[in-house]
Ligand binder design. Structure first.
Ligand code: CTP
Length: 219
């Protein structure tokens, strides 16, 4: 299978030395890419800036901004059979990035923001028979928001996690997630390594893709 995975944060420039970003370490997305590659699938990993080496057998495309991530994913969408969006894409960005460093004495009292592109929403129309997986990182019970995002972003599966829990979310090596399939019962996983979570996601995607091709062969 051809699998497109995104990981890490994006950086939205304020000026040439400053940016808006978030705490994503990329560990979850890199683990997903490694899990598919270890099973012999072809993986392209579109990654924001993180301190991780590309996993063995994975081809990596490095990007900085939400616009660059959208362009890199969009260009490879036809190629892939599954898209796993583990990246923490910026929701907002400065309306204008200054061309030169803003000086301390000239502090702006506020930064004017605008929405960055929502990559999953932008690509939903071109989904076709591809398997789309998203993540919902929330503080508190993630399930209500995860269900909303599953529906609104036309996903097949969303991985819900409460990033305020110990051992979960940003920077941790472990995660405690619930897999929410569209039209299926939630799968509550115990606290486990991010690689363990990644294996479960890969298994789910491969089962779904195999089920879809078996159904197509019958008709
Ligand atoms: N996502 C995306 N483009 C964005 C923001 C998020 O494609 N600009 C993807 C993420 O990669 C993730 C899913 O959408 O797989 C949910 O991301 P999240 O940040 O939780 O959702 P938002 O739509 O940003 O919703 P909110 O800020 O209301 O929580």
């Amino acid at each position: 299978m051809h699998v497109l995975v995104t990981a890490g944060p994006t950086r939205e420039p304020i000026d040439p030395v400053r940016f808006i970003s978030n705490r994503s370490s990329g560990k979850m997305g890199y683990a997903v890419a490694a899990a598919f590659a270890a099973r012999g699938h072809e993986v392209v990993l579109v990654s924001g800036p993180v301190a991780l080496a590309a996993p063995a057998g994975v081809s990596r495309v490095q990007v900085q901004t939400a616009d660059e991530m959208l362009a890199a994913v969009s260009a490879r969408l036809e190629w892939c059979g599954a898209l796993v969006m583990a990246a923490a894409v910026a929701d907002w960005r400065p309306r204008r990035a200054a061309a030169a460093k803003l000086k301390k004495a000239a502090m702006p009292v506020a930064l004017e923001l605008e929405a960055a592109p929502d990559i999953l929403r932008a690509l939903a129309e071109r989904k076709g028979g591809r398997v789309f997986v998203g993540f919902a990182a929330e503080t508190g019970d993630p399930l209500p928001e995860a269900r909303r995002k599953l529906r609104e972003k036309k996903l097949d599966l969303i991985v819900a996690n409460d990033v305020s829990r110990a051992g979960s979310g940003f920077e941790a090596d472990t995660n405690k997630v619930t897999l929410l399939p569209a039209g299926g019962a939630p799968i509550d996983l115990p606290l486990m390594s991010k690689r363990g979570v990644a294996e479960r996601i890969a298994e789910w995607v491969l089962d779904r893709a195999a089920g879809a091709s078996a159904a197509a062969a019958e008709t």
